[in-house]
Design a binder for this molecule. Structure first.
Ligand code: HBI
Ligand code: FE
Length: 292
């Protein structure tokens, strides 16, 4: 992970530019090479996703009419998105501190990385860049129910931080917003941005026999560790976006207490209470562990 000139996250000696960590996108300053990286990634994903991403994601892509051949200008994108769900996209240098991130979401602002990956990083990058953040996250923010869920997550994040249970809530974000699958009449569909913005994980998450695919369950997910540096060993599957939004109304206090009393689960574990849709072979990750 490379830090930006503004410093990667909390703890860096350099002060952020502003209290909310937003910066000017500086759209006029992107180079032709940077726009070309967007175009390459956009073309690849927009060919791959129909039939693999859920209908809501595809509809969001279509309705926002994002630029296909250059990095979108956040001002124009925010105008289009704002008319649909009231969300805006603001530029940040990279990862921002948790409370800053939550405060943006709670106010329907999505902080998107200003920079774009280099041409030699097309397939993999740990820090969220403009392609992951805009192509991956913004289509779902055009969906009214999902848009409300994201705001609720921001508010829940601020509360969870106060209760010292942020790690548990962050897992819910990870296994829904970032790596979620949804089940519908035509099978499984991708809605998680970390999958939708990745060529290789799009195929892995849906078609590879290695990962587990398990019905989403709030407490189960809160206990599940996750990998930030490789494909997921387990994907959790929801049945509808309304299901996600009901999470916003739950009093998490008692749940956090129950979860705190139970052990964390390794990313690839199957738990006796799981509704297993696909029991993975685990082949991909066990091969990786052998060489590690
Ligand atoms: N900052 N820019 C950015 N993007 C994120 O997705 C992000 C972040 N800071 C914190 C964070 N995510 C997560 O650790 C929280 O959801 C817990
Ligand atoms: Fe993300």
């Amino acid at each position: 992970m490379e830090s930006t000139k503004h410093g990667a996250a909390a703890g860096n000696a350099e002060p952020p530019i502003s209290g909310d960590w937003t910066i000017d996108q500086g759209w006029e300053s992107y180079t032709a090479e940077e726009h070309a990286v967007w175009k390459t990634l956009y073309e690849r994903q927009s060919k791959l996703l129909p039939g693999r991403a859920c209908d809501e994601f595809i509809r969001g892509m279509r309705d926002l009419a994002m630029d296909t051949d250059r990095i979108p200008d956040f001002r124009r994108l925010s105008d289009v998105l704002g008319m649909r769900t009231g969300w805006r996209v603001v530029a940040v240098p990279g990862l921002v501190p948790d409370e800053v991130f939550f405060d943006h979401l709670a106010n329907r602002r999505f902080p998107a990385g200003q920079f774009i990956r280099r041409p030699d990083q097309l397939d993999y990058l740990e820090e969220p860049d403009v392609f992951h953040d805009v192509f991956g996250h913004v289509p779902m923010l055009a969906h009214p129910v999902f848009a409300d869920y994201m705001e609720a997550y921001g508010k829940g994040g601020l509360r969870a931080q106060g209760m010292g249970v942020l790690a548990n809530l962050a897992r819910v974000y990870w296994y829904t917003v970032e790596f979620g699958l949804i089940r519908s009449g035509n099978g499984l569909g991708i809605y998680g941005s970390g999958i939708a913005s990745s060529y290789t994980e799009t195929i892995f998450a849906l078609e590879d026999p290695s990962p587990n695919r398990i019905r989403f369950d709030l407490e189960r997910v809160m206990r599940t560790l996750y990998r930030i540096d490789d494909f997921q060993e387990t994907y959790f599957v929801i049945d509808s976006f309304d299901e996600l939004l009901t999470l916003a109304d739950i009093d998490f206090g008692p749940i956090y207490q129950r979860v705190a009393a139970l052990p964390d689960l390794e990313p690839g574990t199957i738990d006796p209470g799981d509704e297993v849709l696909d029991k993975g072979t685990g082949a991909y990750h066990s091969a990786r562990r052998r060489v590690a």
